[in-house]
Design a protein around this ligand. Structure first.
Ligand code: 13P
Length: 251
């Protein structure tokens, strides 16, 4: 299966000039991977999306957004940005349901299912993020929580979902930005579980990415885990040398 290395820039960097510099540096390294086997991507903030998409226009690197509106393609929805608008700028994908969106913006299954529908209507690849909290992990509830989060797909009419444009990112909340990661054995077990669940529930064989404190030191080991089809990288995607090493690990 094709591998994916995607950077989530979150609310970084502060200036357009810094985003431009990061995109230019990415363009240099982005020429190397074979896109038949490895897709590299980055998701800047909405405000820098246009600049980054322009910079990477002729590069094989995908640009994506970190979210899309659950409301309309256009209309009286103050402050929202639609899937149609980001697709128009050249975005190929969007993250949906990142734990920071769930936590700080109260995004629930009703909202998330509408976002997935809107993204697919705009022909965007969806990277649906799921992951358990530390409490849930310590209580041995990770599998139940992940199954519940994946069941958001049940809310969507089969005609409105495009399994060829769906990627799952497993990001344990307790591993995000903490320097902590599950053991390699745990990552393998969880990815196998997610693949099995999606196969039995939806007959789908989707790429499953791991996210949470991926860096230049652990990328190689994670890349060798069974069932890991790539990574979603936060902090280390803002450092071009680290991100380049992570790309190498999946090449
Ligand atoms: P970190 O790589 O900074 O832990 O963030 C992971 C993440 O949230 C990617 O979406």
């Amino acid at each position: 299966m094709k591998k994916y290395v995607i950077g989530n820039w979150k609310l970084n960097p502060a200036t357009q000039a810094e985003s431009l510099a990061l995109a230019q540096a990415l363009q240099e390294i982005g020429q190397k991977p074979n896109t038949n086997t490895l897709q590299v991507g980055c998701s800047p903030s909405f405000i820098h999306l246009s600049t980054v998409a322009q910079t990477l226009k002729t590069s094989p690197i995908w640009v994506g957004s970190q979210d899309v509106s659950a409301l309309g393609a256009t209309g009286a929805f103050t402050g929202d940005v639609s899937a149609v608008q980001v697709a128009d700028l050249g975005a190929k994908f969007t993250l949906i349901g990142h734990s920071e969106r769930r936590q700080y913006h109260g995004e629930d299954d009703k909202i998330l299912s509408q976002k997935i529908i809107n993204a697919h209507l705009a022909d965007l690849m969806v990277v649906l993020c799921i992951g358990e909290s530390l409490d849930e992990y310590q209580s041995g509830l990770a599998f139940n929580v992940l199954d519940k989060q994946l069941s958001v797909l049940h809310r969507i009419d089969k005609n409105q979902i495009n399994a060829n444009k769906l990627i799952i990112a497993y990001e344990p909340v307790w591993a995000i930005g903490t320097g902590l990661t599950p053991t390699l054995n745990e990552i393998e077990k969880i990815h196998t579980h997610i693949k099995h669940y999606l196969h039995t529930q939806y007959g789908a064989n989707l790429p499953i990415l791991y996210g949470g404190s991926v860096n230049d030191k652990n990328a190689h080991d994670i890349a060798n885990c069974q069932g890991v089809d790539g990574v979603l990288v936060g902090g280390a995607s803002l450092k071009i040398d680290s991100f380049s090493t992570i790309i190498q690990a999946f090449s």
